[in-house]
Design a protein around this ligand. Structure first.
Ligand SMILES: Cc1cc2nc3c(=O)[nH]c(=O)nc-3n(C[C@H](O)[C@H](O)[C@H](O)COP(=O)(O)OP(=O)(O)OC[C@H]3O[C@@H](n4cnc5c(N)ncnc54)[C@H](O)[C@@H]3O)c2cc1C
Length: 375
C-alpha cells in the first residue's frame, strides 16, 4: 500500500513480479461489488439499547456491537474491529478477549488501516473458529470479495458510513493539541457522549490527565473535504448491504420509536440483512432492549447516497499543502489558540443548553398533544 499526498493508502502493483492474472481487479470491492447470499428483500430493523448502562456509556450508539461480539467471544471466537496503534493511529485488530474487544467500541472518524487482517480472518475461519468482523460498509464488502466463498462461522457487521477522513489530518490534529497543552495525548474520543450527550458532537483528547473538548476536527469532518475521494462515489451507501447486520446511530428515533430513548445515552439502529444476521440477533437479544421498526423510512442520508464533495475541496487541500494544518484548522475548523479556554466554557454551556432545549421540547410536545384539535 502506498500513501498519497492526502494521507490515504492505495494498493500499488509491483510490475517486476506482477504476472497480469488480474486477480487484484477481480477481488477489488470498488470494481465489482460484493457477492450476495441469502439476503432478505428488505432488511428487518430494530431500535436497540444495551441493557448495561456501562456498555452504552462506552459505545457510540446503543451498544449493539458489544452484544454481538460478546456472543462470539463467549464461544471461543475472534472479533475484528477498529482499534488503535501508535499515537492513536486507527487500525483494524484481532481480539480474543473482552478487554481487547472493548477498544473497538466507539466510532473513530478516520480511515482504519487493514494491515494483514483479511488474511488473519481467513486463517481463523479455515481453523474452524467463529469470527465476527466489523468495519465500515466498504471494508465489509472488501472482506466478502477477498474471501470469495461462504463460511458458516463468519458474521459480518457493517456500519452506515458518512465517509472516512484522512489519517494524516487526524495525526496533525493530535499534534496540534499536544503543542497547545504541552504534553502527550493519553486518551481520545472522537465523539465524547459521556460529557456532552449522544446527540452532540465534540471530540476530546486527554493530556496531563485533563480532558479537553473541541469541535475543530468535527467541523472539518462535516465539511466533507477531508474524506477519502472514493467515499464520494461509494456504491455501498444503500439499503442492500454486504454485512449480515448493519449498525447506525438511530437518528429520527423520536418519530420511529417515541419514548424509547429519553436519556440521550445512545440508541442503535440495527438492520438485519441475512438469515445468519437474524440468527445472531436472536441469540443476542437477551442482552438488549429493542423495538421492531421494520418498514420504517429511515432518514439516514448514507443509506441512500454517498456524502457529497464540497465545492471548496481543492481549495482545502491547496491551503493544507501551502500553509499547513494550523491554517486549515483555523480557516475550516474555527480553531483559535487564544480562544480555546473560552471554547471549553462554551462546550459546557452548549451541553447545558442542549439539555434545557430537550426538556422544553418534550414538555411543549406534551402540552400540544393533550390539546384537542381545532374544528
Ligand atoms: C467512519 C464512520 C462513519 C459513520 N457514519 C455514520 C453516519 O453517518 N450515520 C450513522 O447513523 N452512523 C454512522 N456510523 C456508525 C455509528 O457511528 C456506530 O458505529 C454504530 O452505530 C455502532 O454503534 P454501537 O454502539 O453498536 O457500536 P460501538 O460499540 O461503538 O462499536 C463501534 C463499531 O464501529 C467500528 N468502527 C469504529 N471506527 C471505525 C473505523 N474508523 N473504521 C471501521 N470501523 C470502525 C468498530 O470496529 C465497532 O464495530 C459511522 C461509523 C464510522 C466508523
Amino acid at each position: 500500500m502506498e500513501e498519497d499526498e492526502e494521507g490515504f493508502q492505495y494498493p500499488a502493483v509491483d510490475d517486476d513480479i506482477c504476472i497480469s492474472c488480474m486477480k487484484c481487479k477481480e477481488t477489488c470491492a470498488f470494481q465489482n461489488g460484493y457477492t450476495r447470499r441469502k439476503y432478505y428483500k428488505k432488511s428487518l430493523a430494530y431500535a436497540v439499547k444495551h441493557k448495561s448502562e456501562e456498555v452504552r456509556a462506552n459505545s457510540r450508539s446503543g451498544g449493539m456491537f458489544t452484544a454481538l461480539s460478546d456472543y462470539v467471544l463467549k464461544r471461543g471466537g475472534t472479533v475484528y474491529g477498529a482499534g488503535y496503534g501508535e499515537h492513536f493511529a486507527v487500525m483494524h485488530k484481532r481480539a480474543t478477549t473482552k478487554e481487547e474487544r472493548d477498544v473497538f467500541r466507539g466510532s473513530k472518524y478516520v480511515q482504519s488501516t487493514m494491515g494483514d487482517v483479511f488474511k488473519e480472518v481467513m486463517q481463523d475461519l479455515e481453523d474452524g473458529r467463529r469470527v465476527l468482523f466489523s468495519g465500515t460498509v466498504c471494508q465489509a464488502a472488501a472482506l466478502r470479495r477477498y474471501l470469495g466463498k461462504y463460511y458458516r462461522m463468519l458474521f459480518i457487521v457493517d456500519t452506515v458510513c458518512h465517509g472516512t477522513p484522512s489519517p494524516m489530518i487526524w495525526q496533525d490534529f493530535l499534534k496540534l493539541k499536544e503543542e497547545e497543552y504541552g504534553g502527550e495525548v493519553t486518551h481520545v474520543d472522537f465523539r465524547n457522549k459521556r460529557t456532552h450527550g449522544w446527540k452532540a458532537h465534540f471530540e476530546s483528547v486527554t493530556i496531563h490527565g485533563t480532558e479537553h473538548s473541541s469541535r475543530v476536527y468535527t467541523k472539518m469532518f462535516y465539511l466533507n473535504a477531508m474524506l477519502r475521494p472514493s467515499c464520494y462515489n461509494c456504491k455501498y451507501t444503500r439499503k442492500r448491504r454486504p454485512g449480515d447486520i448493519t449498525l447506525a446511530d438511530f437518528w429520527g428515533h423520536e418519530d420511529a420509536v417515541p419514548g424509547f430513548h429519553e436519556d440521550d445515552k445512545g440508541i442503535s439502529l440495527v438492520l438485519v440483512n441475512t438469515i445468519r444476521g437474524k440468527d445472531l440477533f436472536k441469540v443476542c437479544a437477551k442482552d438488549v432492549n429493542y423495538i421492531d421498526c421494520t418498514g420504517y423510512k429511515f432518514r439516514h442520508v448514507n443509506l441512500r447516497r454517498p456524502s457529497r464533495p464540497p465545492e471548496n475541496r481543492e481549495e482545502f487541500w491547496n491551503d493544507y499543502r501551502e500553509h499547513g494544518f494550523m491554517y486549515i484548522a483555523t480557516k475550516y475548523g474555527g480553531y483559535n489558540q487564544e480562544r480555546q479556554d473560552v471554547d471549553e466554557a462554551n462546550n459546557a454551556f452548549m451541553a447545558y443548553k442542549a439539555k434545557i432545549t430537550k426538556w422544553l421540547k418534550k414538555h411543549i410536545k406534551r402540552i400540544f398533544s393533550s390539546t384537542p384539535p381545532a374544528k
